[in-house]
Design a protein around this ligand. Structure first.
Ligand SMILES: Nc1nc2c(ncn2[C@@H]2O[C@H](COP(=O)(O)OP(=O)(O)OP(=O)(O)O)[C@@H](O)[C@H]2O)c(=O)[nH]1
Ligand SMILES: [Mg+2]
Length: 227
């Protein structure tokens, strides 16, 4: 008999996260105990044991060479669930908050976005320069695309699978969240924000480069004005 199709796919992009991935998977397992779900790790050919550890804990592992964005896009395509959740592998997102992300899709929203900047949300991991950049980009996106977002560059989100597949996403690096927010506004998807508290990355190194990735986020915003 074929295995039952999972209802939820938790997509985790990873690059050299061997110090974190075990605890992330265990906490996701704890948060979704009793649910029908799969954990899909999209690994950027890590040099360390990230993929082996994920496999040993029962996750499905696929590979992507380019960046966080292309890893997520590949994950969205490969996911078997109806509800997709994206979560970082560095222990900065709290798996217990996933319940709110999942419930939001179940009650009819197309995308639910964690926000660090509404009541109940917060961040322990945002230097001033990134805070200013994020706020500036939120303002531009809201102005240009008639949206009401409070946060932008944050990857803890959930999606209705058949909707995320139709957004024509292309961003291969850290501008992916910005592209999703813009396309969701352009296509008039039903979006909700929930408060989320971002913790400091536990072990390992940051992959985001504030200036080059900030520049690519700005380019993404401007490029979408013309499309
Ligand atoms: N597959 C894949 N995953 C990536 C790549 N770059 C980053 N990631 C993953 O994407 C998630 C977010 O990356 P981070 O480096 O934590 O970015 P950040 O949260 O802005 O930076 P920190 O402040 O260090 O937390 C993590 O789970 C990374 O392992 C990549 O090139 N490929
Ligand atoms: Mg992080």
């Amino acid at each position: 008999m074929p295995a039952k199709k999972p209802h939820i796919s938790v997509i985790i992009p990873t690059l050299n996260e061997e110090g974190n991935i075990r605890r992330v998977i265990k906490r996701v397992d704890g948060a979704l105990d009793g649910d029908s779900y799969e954990i899909l790790v999209v690994d950027g050919y890590s040099d360390d044991r990230t993929a082996q550890i994920a496999l040993s804990l029962g996750a499905r592992v696929i590979y992507d060479r380019k960046g966080k964005g292309s890893a997520l896009i590949k994950g969205f395509r490969s996911a078997r669930g109806d509800i997709l959740v994206s979560i970082d592998a560095d222990l900065s997102n709290e798996p217990k908050e996933m319940r709110l992300l999942i419930d939001s899709i179940e009650i009819g929203y197309d995308i639910c976005m964690g926000s660090r900047f509404i009541t109940g949300g917060g961040t322990q991991d945002m230097p001033l320069i990134r805070r200013i950049g994020n706020r500036f980009f939120v303002m531009l996106v809201n102005l240009f695309f008639h949206a009401h977002y409070s946060d932008l560059c944050y990857g803890y989100r959930s999606f209705r699978k058949d909707k995320i597949g139709k957004l024509g996403l292309k961003e291969s690096r850290f501008a992916i969240e910005t592209e999703i927010s813009i396309m969701a506004a352009k296509k008039h998807l039903k979006v909700i924000e929930i408060p989320s508290v971002e913790k400091r990355r536990d072990s390992g190194e940051a992959k985001l480069r504030t200036f080059s990735d900030g520049w690519s986020i700005l380019r993404t915003i401007l490029a979408n004005l013309q499309r």
